[in-house]
Design a protein around this ligand. Sequence first.
Ligand code: HSO
Ligand code: ZN
Ligand code: ZN
Ligand code: ZN
Length: 272
Amino acid sequence: MAIKADFHLHSSFSGDSEAPMEDMIQKGISLGLTQMCFTEHMDFDFPVSQDTPAGFFEVNTDSYLYDLLKYQAKYREQIQIFFGIELGLQAYLNELQSAYTSAYDFDFIIGSSHLCNGRDPYNAGFYTGRSEEEAYREYFSSIIENLETFHDFDIYGHLDYVVRYGPNKDKNYTYETYKDLFDRMLDLLLENGIGIEINTGGIRYGLKELHPCTDVLKRYRKKGGELITVGSDAHRPGDICREFGRAEELLRDCGFTYYAVFHKRTPSFRKL
Ligand code: HSO
Ligand code: ZN
Ligand code: ZN
Ligand code: ZN
């Protein structure tokens, strides 16, 4: 395993994970990781539903940091542990998001779209009464709106996350279909020095490719993009580093020879 850093990880500080942080760390060590970055969920104003009570995706950041510092010290000889956050972006919350990102000394901030115009693409209702392409277009357009108005984060998470949940998932999905939107997205990322991630978590949803799909990654490379982290989006120990062999192969195929890690919001590059 050449990629020895997993930069997208959840533990029980995230509403949708039951994994104790220490179990995640011990598994990471046993897999031979040298670095792991926790990126707990912080989604402000997430709609309340039966599975998501109020505040479900809002990490208690002080408790999270307290435990993280404790384990950082306890495991310091074995692994480096970083303090990250996965911030759910919505343009009407930009001020609140900015205040939050500057209130803590995060090592790494993933900006992610889990909601789009207040609605959750995880729910079937997001797709009813219109074509799948229309729903996907709404999702990608909201990423563009975020990138036009908010930049206090390091990389954009799982760019094509929406295809995990559409009625046909990624069966009919190609970069070409959404080329206009992806090209705008990639230009905004590059203009603002924001990177992307390879997120291997899509495999758990039966997708044929990782996030983002190969052609998006190739396009990013062609435009001069170089800032890419790799993360499993694990919510339990068994998913840490899952499909990292495939992520490495994909990076190489697209012409990358490095991947990025972050410390104190500053990237450094590690050879594949
Ligand atoms: N944001 C979660 C999935 C989700 N669950 C959306 C409820 N709504 C991905 O980790
Ligand atoms: Zn989650
Ligand atoms: Zn996410
Ligand atoms: Zn995540």
